[in-house]
Design a protein around this ligand. Structure first.
Ligand code: BTN
Length: 263
């Protein structure tokens, strides 16, 4: 049987930075931890770590991320963004843009981005982004998890099955993991170059096009206070703008808000 690494390497990647070095691992606790190990070892920016399976995959807000063997793409990328200020939200968005665009290009599915890091198809989650920074280190680790392979015949945890799906079942046809992974890294390489150029307008424009949050009614929490309203703008540097019930407009910084409900 051909391995994922052989299938991935069957065609040239042709990226500038993302994927210059790639580690194909089998079972790891989390590819984000494996990428931090590569950072400590002094690996180059753009180093990618793929794993077939994660035993302690993590999501945002301390959640666990179900990462069954050979089904999804579990990967992390080592990056050194130009601007440290706001780098975590910006890197989250470029990861989400690359994932949503790759899904649209490789399947007919209309992937959208739900603030700040969920990749949706038909309102079900097909992937997520987890960017991590560590005190005293200049790098960021961009973790991407995409459910690619069919779950038919798999034991899917109940809490996952009610909110999520995978590309193959959603598209009703098998989606090739290796081809999808190449498409994802190519797009990420392009968005990373846009981020390095500080071209935030291009990022905002594409994000608005692919946002599942813009125009929607949401409930969010900021510093212990809850707000309800309609999202009227998303901006990689300035966060989210919301129209409150009495008509006032309020801006929320990405780092300080948590969405509680998204209609
Ligand atoms: C989320 O939606 O909460 C983010 C999920 C991120 C999952 C990916 S899988 C690869 C990388 N390694 C991890 O432990 N998490 C990320």
């Amino acid at each position: 049987m051909t391995s994922f690494a052989e299938e991935f390497n069957a065609q040239p990647l042709r990226t500038r930075i993302v994927g210059r070095t790639i580690h194909f691992l089998d079972t790891v606790p989390s590819t984000n931890d494996a990428a931090w190990d590569r950072a400590k070892a002094g690996d180059d920016e753009g180093t990618v770590v793929f794993a077939e399976e994660q035993t302690r995959g993590r999501g945002r807000l301390g959640r666990t991320w179900w990462s069954p063997r050979g089904k999804g793409l579990w990967l992390s990328v080592l990056l050194r963004p130009a601007d440290r200020e706001g780098a975590v939200p910006a890197t989250t968005i470029i990861g989400a843009l690359a994932a949503a665009e790759a899904i649209r290009a490789e399947t007919r599915l209309r992937a959208l981005i739900r603030w700040p890091n969920d990749i949706l198809v038909d309102d079900l989650k097909v992937g997520g982004i987890l960017v991590e920074a560590r005190a005293g280190r200049r790098e960021l680790v961009l973790g991407i998890g995409i459910d690619v392979g069919s779950w038919q015949g798999s034991r899917v945890p109940k809490d996952v099955a009610v909110v999520a799906t995978n590309l193959s079942d959603a598209a009703d046809t098998p989606v090739d993991r290796a081809a999808f992974a190449r498409a994802l890294l190519r797009r990420l390489d392009r968005w990373h170059a846009v981020q390095l150029d500080r071209d935030y307008e291009s990022i905002n424009q594409k994000w608005k096009e692919l946002s599942a949050t813009l125009g929607r009614q949401i409930t969010l929490e900021e510093n212990g206070r809850t707000f309800e309203g309609t999202v009227i703008d998303v901006d990689v540097r300035f966060g989210l703008a919301m129209r409150l019930p009495r008509g006032a407009i309020r801006q929320f910084r990405a780092e300080h808000l948590t969405i509680l409900r998204h209609e």
